[in-house]
Design a protein around this ligand. Structure first.
Ligand code: C2E
Ligand code: CA
Ligand code: CA
Length: 282
């Protein structure tokens, strides 16, 4: 037995059983979710700060489970990674994002690219290259229409052939961006070894801006790292005008956040772009 707070004694495996039950339940629900059409993508605009124009959209996965309701990706992605289901889901995300961009372009919307989030498990499995190739082919899109966002973890758990795969994607014109930069691992070494095009400053550093000097300095340092390495920089989680001003003054090129727009349903993207243009911002 394990002692828990307030002098209550509970058998240890109660908690263990619940965790295991959660895990098995999640994994079995996830296995059916894709074929049952329970996933959809929402899209958050990426803004060019100096021009105040929309340059692209980041696709974010949403799961509406009949049993559990709307489940946040920060909760279910991890389970999909553990079960390996992320490989199939991830391939669908890449295809779906490309189909959305194709439809927007066909409707005359001037979006340069769509970005997808790819988990380390998916990249290490090596299936991403195939998924990207067939999605681009199916939609008749050039490689530079697609951006891949991945966390630093991918680079730390480097499987050896990462460099080769990245180079292959790069040759296709696909751009590679490190998400949540600065949040997890501090080694900058991989930035020299790998063909990376962009960095995203984690929203955790955005919270204290501009009043917190530590956050502000970290932000400034990351902007400089990106600039000196010739990488495109995006700040995520921008919620206030003061944060936007700060980034603009630092010369940070791109930003995303609730200040500009929350993630949008695909069908709302055209309206958003039109309203953005009508505001004289576009
Ligand atoms: P992320 O890639 O860092 O995405 C940014 C998250 O911040 C999104 O949460 C977005 O909705 C939220 N966000 C956007 N603007 C703001 C803001 O101004 N303030 C705050 N506080 N939050 C903001 P979301 O959609 O819940 O996604 C959470 C994470 O789940 C993502 O973090 C990403 O790591 C992962 N994820 C989402 N979609 C996918 C996917 O298709 N594949 C994989 N592998 N991971 C995904
Ligand atoms: Ca992302
Ligand atoms: Ca993030």
């Amino acid at each position: 037995a394990k002692r828990r707070g307030r002098n209550i004694w509970q058998p240890f495996d109660h908690e263990l059983a619940r965790d295991l039950g959660d895990r098995l339940l999640m994994e079995s629900l996830l296995r059916r979710a894709l074929d049952s059409g329970e996933f959809r993508l929402v899209y958050q605009p990426k803004i060019d700060l100096a021009r105040s124009s929309v340059i692209g959209m980041e696709a974010l996965l949403r799961w509406n489970s009949p049993q559990l309701g709307e489940v946040s990706p920060s909760h279910f992605i991890q389970h999909a990674e553990n079960s390996g289901e992320i490989v199939r889901i991830g391939a669908w995300v890449i295809g779906e994002a490309c189909r959305a961009l194709r439809a927007w372009r066909d409707a005359g919307l001037g979006l340069r690219h769509v970005a997808v989030n790819v988990s380390f498990r998916q990249l290490l499995g090596g299936s991403v290259l195939d998924a990207v190739q067939s999605a681009l082919r199916e939609c008749g899109l050039p490689g530079n229409a697609l951006e891949i966002e991945m966390t630093e973890r991918v680079l730390i758990e480097d499987a050896g052939d990462t460099v080769e795969m990245f180079s292959a994607l790069r040759r296709m014109g696909v751009s590679l961006t490190i998400d949540d930069f600065g949040e997890g691992y501090s080694s900058l070494n991989y930035l020299r070894r790998l063909p990376i095009d962009g960095l995203k400053i984690s929203h955790t550093f955005m919270q204290g801006i501009p009043v917190n000097p530590v956050d502000s300095n970290i932000c400034q340092a990351i902007v400089q790292i990106a600039r000196s390495l010739g990488m495109k920089l995006t700040a995520e989680g921008v919620e206030t005008d003061a944060q936007r001003e700060f980034l603009l003054q630092l010369g940070a090129p791109y930003a995303q956040g609730y200040l500009f727009s929350p993630p949008l349903e695909a069908a709302r993207v055209a309206d958003f772009l039109e309203a953005w243009g009508d505001n004289g911002n576009g």
